[in-house]
Design a protein around this ligand. Structure first.
Ligand code: UFG
Length: 321
């Protein structure tokens, strides 16, 4: 298929692009490089350096005969979204409206969207399945939920099939070591641990140790980015062949506390990773981990690389250089 990957130079986007290329698809990456990196681009994929807010260019691009759009262009730091909601409204919500309008004007029939476990908020039960109520705890999660609702309406009114993939915490690096770009100023736990292990940071902070969890730190389900990428290929195949939409969790069905992740990272890297307890970060649910049995049932998807050791080993391979 001919696929337009918006946000394809980013951390998840580059892994997803690699996976579509490996599966024989024609790929065009559309990215403004605000957080994506040139070194994440592949020679086999065409690259358009542009912004989703440039509607005329977005539309002209979409008229290039694409069968599908993969939409990964969003800000994703839950903590930051509580301090700068405007930034998240503009990029995540207004930017997506442009993408949906351009796709519908260009007659594109399939969209795979990077949604998030952040749509659920604090769990009413665990593991979280897709029937769990959606009450986001942070503004970022709210933007993802709004976009899911837009997708529902564009499906009804414009006949666009969508796959909304609710990622749990994406982590790790390409198991074959083909992706080299490291996120600048990361906000996520595992890149911060890696920077601390490398000595780029003297020490890291653990946000809160008084949550309602066995060791008091937040529990998350992590999913390897190579597993997520495989999920995109399967999801596009499903929605395009069946002419129908889909909302599924993608996770490893296992939760780790912040302290557990730091501990395993110390073993994997052989580095001390100094960490001190700090205040809670606003908007953090205490526990978030998934049931991904619906993805297995519908797509035949199952995490293969998402055990914490593999996530941390592949991350360390990328960071230690
Ligand atoms: N944390 C620390 N110290 C840090 C960074 C994070 O203790 O320096 C803690 C956080 O407080 C949280 C946990 O580590 O308890 C994980 O935090 P991340 O920032 O890595 O990830 P989030 O769970 O906030 O969110 C991530 C992505 C979102 C995605 C969500 C899905 O950033 O885009 O996972 O579950 F939606």
């Amino acid at each position: 298929m001919n696929i337009l990957i918006i946000g394809g130079a980013g951390y998840i986007g580059s892994h997803v692009t690699r996976e579509f290329l490996d599966n024989g698809h024609d790929c065009t990456v559309y990215d403004n490089l605000s957080s994506g990196l040139r070194e994440n681009l592949f020679p086999q994929a065409r690259f358009i350096h542009a912004d989703i807010h440039d509607y005329p260019l977005l539309l002209e691009t979409m008229k290039g005969g694409f069968n599908a759009v993969i939409h990964l262009a969003a800000y994703k730091a839950a903590g930051e979204s509580m301090l700068k909601p405007e930034k998240y409204s503009h990029n995540n919500i207004a930017g997506t409206i442009n993408i949906l309008n351009a796709a519908s004007e260009a007659g594109i029939k399939n969209i795979v969207f990077s949604s998030s476990a952040a749509v659920y908020g604090n769990p009413q039960y665990l593991p979280i399945d897709e029937k769990h109520p959606t009450l986001p705890e942070n503004y970022y999660g709210f933007t993802k939920l709004e976009i899911e609702r837009f997708l529902g309406w564009y499906e009804k009114l414009k006949g666009i099939n969508y796959a909304s993939l609710r990622y749990f915490n994406a982590a790790g690096y390409d198991v074959k070591g083909r992706i080299k770009g490291l996120k600048q100023n990361p906000a996520n736990l595992i890149p911060i641990i890696m920077e601390t292990a490398r000595g780029v940071r003297k020490e890291m902070q653990i946000f809160g140790n008084d949550y309602d969890t066995p060791d008091g730190t937040c529990i998350r389900g992590y999913v390897h980015v190579s597993d997520l990428s495989a999920g995109h290929v399967l999801a596009l195949d499903y929605i395009s062949k069946n002419n129908k939409s889909l909302t599924v969790n993608l996770g490893s069905e296992e939760g780790f506390s912040v302290l557990e992740v730091v501990d395993i990272a110390r073993k994997v890297t052989g580095k001390p990773v100094p960490a001190k307890t700090a205040e809670r970060r606003k908007g953090d649910p205490s526990k978030l981990y998934d049931s991904s049995s619906l993805a297995l049932e519908i797509l035949g998807w199952k995490a293969r690389y998402s055990d914490m050791e593999t996530i941390l080993k592949t991350s360390w391979e990328a960071y230690k250089k």
